[in-house]
Design a protein around this ligand. Sequence first.
Ligand SMILES: Nc1nc2c(ncn2[C@@H]2O[C@H](COP(=O)(O)OP(=O)(O)OP(=O)(O)O)[C@@H](O)[C@H]2O)c(=O)[nH]1
Ligand SMILES: [Mg+2]
Length: 146
Amino acid sequence: MKKRIILIGRSMAGKTTLIQYLTNSELKYRKTQTIEIINQNMIDTPGEYLERTAYRGALVVSAADADCIVLVQDAGEHGTMFPPGYASTFAKPCIGVVTKSDRASEKEIEDAKKYLKAAGAKELFVTSSYEGTGFQEFLDYFDGES
Ligand SMILES: Nc1nc2c(ncn2[C@@H]2O[C@H](COP(=O)(O)OP(=O)(O)OP(=O)(O)O)[C@@H](O)[C@H]2O)c(=O)[nH]1
Ligand SMILES: [Mg+2]
């Protein structure tokens, strides 16, 4: 991946697992405690930074180092942590990833896409890190850009 991305989403959304999948690492649950940079091109963030409004500024500061914002939404979550128009906070390209599609209904996946769109994500990808689905499109999106 040529671009540097930052993953933002609530706790347990599947951000770290997604990175583990993309880096061919073992899928192993480990709570993210702080901002972490993986392979120079992926910035992982703790869900708390989105959930606690006092921390949201830290996300904006960290996002300054990224080329693209990736909003991560668990298909099984009812509702979302992303306020409408959230993407405009960053003034950068913003896309959305729906996670855990392996255990979600069509309706849940459609709802998750709606939340991401309302938040301002321009492109949407439906993925499962467990099944490895949806990532070809995701990677093609970045490699297709100059
Ligand atoms: N069924 C299913 N479960 C998943 C998938 N991806 C992640 N999970 C599970 O979701 C839980 C949370 O995943 P993480 O990737 O650690 O979530 P996170 O967004 O990094 O969470 P924080 O670090 O707390 O912000 C773990 O138990 C994962 O195994 C998936 O594609 N399918
Ligand atoms: Mg994490």
